[in-house]
Design a protein around this ligand. Structure first.
Ligand code: PEP
Ligand code: MN
Length: 338
């Protein structure tokens, strides 16, 4: 249920209504908008009649049921787009955030050099996996905590915040101590205990769509994170599995307008995992901006031929710099801030 408050409602009254919502067995989430505050009361739908008495409070304008199964992620609860800020990188509400970096952290030289160079080219955030979810148990699994330390070093040298994937619920605190934002990979999009754990931790989350996740399921996964109190969720479309095999996955570009219609959360595009092919990455970065996405996450390696993971889809530094240059030109038409 959404409790819509009248404009100018005092904080004291908001707190009082939140308390009353809790007393009825619902969890209140205050969403402070430009004009007015609304309170989302999330709980068992069968008990919603218990909230009806709130309508008598003078500051309450009306009660509106949330029709979608996802509540906190839905546009119904928040009409304005959410802007997620990660230490100088912004996603959503007219901001186009650029995240770049290698698939995995390999050496100090590799990650520090990449960080310095992608920053110079215009990236606002660094990516790099320290825990890699590989299809084969024999493939490189990442440097784990050593990789996190190297990412922290790259952040210190470059000033770029970083996002890195966390795979196990029990590693969330450790990875979260180092990272500026936590990534949930495609394979874990419905790992509900992991989603709850990162939601509780509180740092911003980059949530990747699974290869066979519908948009509704994707938004339900975001709901798990939001319901634990974390408001900073960046959704990431990274390609879905179809019959087409010319590309690694099929980029579902239509997910961008669909998600913008249904949710206030920012949605970014990962053209690297969507295609698996370096040459297809730049056109899809431009498509991301053209269709109104809130950013991109791109794999960049200083020497893609030698990459331990995903070299064929990684741009080199020069290729990435060319993409950002063109995106800046396109931003004049799209109205997005890079
Ligand atoms: C990644 O971004 O490092 C990754 C493994 O991607 P995905 O989870 O989308 O496959
Ligand atoms: Mn990769």
């Amino acid at each position: 249920m959404i409790i819509v408050l009248k404009p100018g409602c005092k904080k004291r009254t908001v707190d009082l209504i939140m308390k009353k919502v809790k007393e009825q067995g619902f969890t209140p989430h205050a969403i402070v908008g430009v004009e007015r505050t609304v309170i989302g009361a999330v709980g068992d739908d069968r008990d919603k009649h218990l909230l009806e008495a709130l309508e008598a409070i003078p500051c309450v304008e009306k009660l509106v049921p949330i029709l979608q199964p996802y509540k906190l992620a839905s546009r119904e609860i928040r009409r304005e787009p959410t802007v997620v800020a990660v230490d100088g990188a912004f996603f959503g509400g007219g901001h186009f955030g650029v995240i770049a970096g290698p698939c995995s952290v390999e050496t100090e030289k590799q990650i520090v050099e990449t960080a310095l160079k992608v920053k110079k080219a215009g990236a606002k955030m660094l990516r790099g996996g320290a825990f890699k979810p590989r299809t084969s148990p024999y493939a490189f699994q990442g440097l784990e905590e050593v990789g996190l330390k190297l990412l922290a070093k790259a952040r210190k040298e470059s000033g770029l915040p970083f996002v890195t994937e966390v795979i196990n619920p029990e590693d969330v605190e450790m990875v979260g101590e180092y990272a500026d934002a936590l990534q949930i990979g495609a394979r874990n999009v419905q790992n509900f205990s992991l989603l709850r754990r990162v939601g509780k931790f509180g740092k911003p989350i980059v949530l990747k769509r699974g290869m066979s996740t519908t948009i509704q399921e994707f938004l339900m996964s975001a709901e798990y994170v939001l319901s634990e109190g974390c408001n900073d969720v960046i959704l990431c479309e990274r390609g879905i599995r179809t019959f087409e095999n010319a590309t690694r996955n099929t980029l579902d570009i239509s997910a961008v307008p669909v998600i913008h219609e249904r949710s206030h959360l920012p949605i970014i595009i990962d053209p690297s995992h969507a295609t698996g092919v370096r040459n297809y990455v730049p056109p899809l970065c431009f498509a991301a901006m053209a269709c109104g996405a809130d950013g991109i996450m791109v794999e960049v390696h200083p020497d893609p031929q030698k990459a331990l993971c995903d070299g064929p889809q990684s741009l080199d530094i020069e290729g990435f710099a060319g993409v950002v240059k063109r995106l800046k030109e396109l931003s004049k038409f799209s109205g997005k801030k890079l």
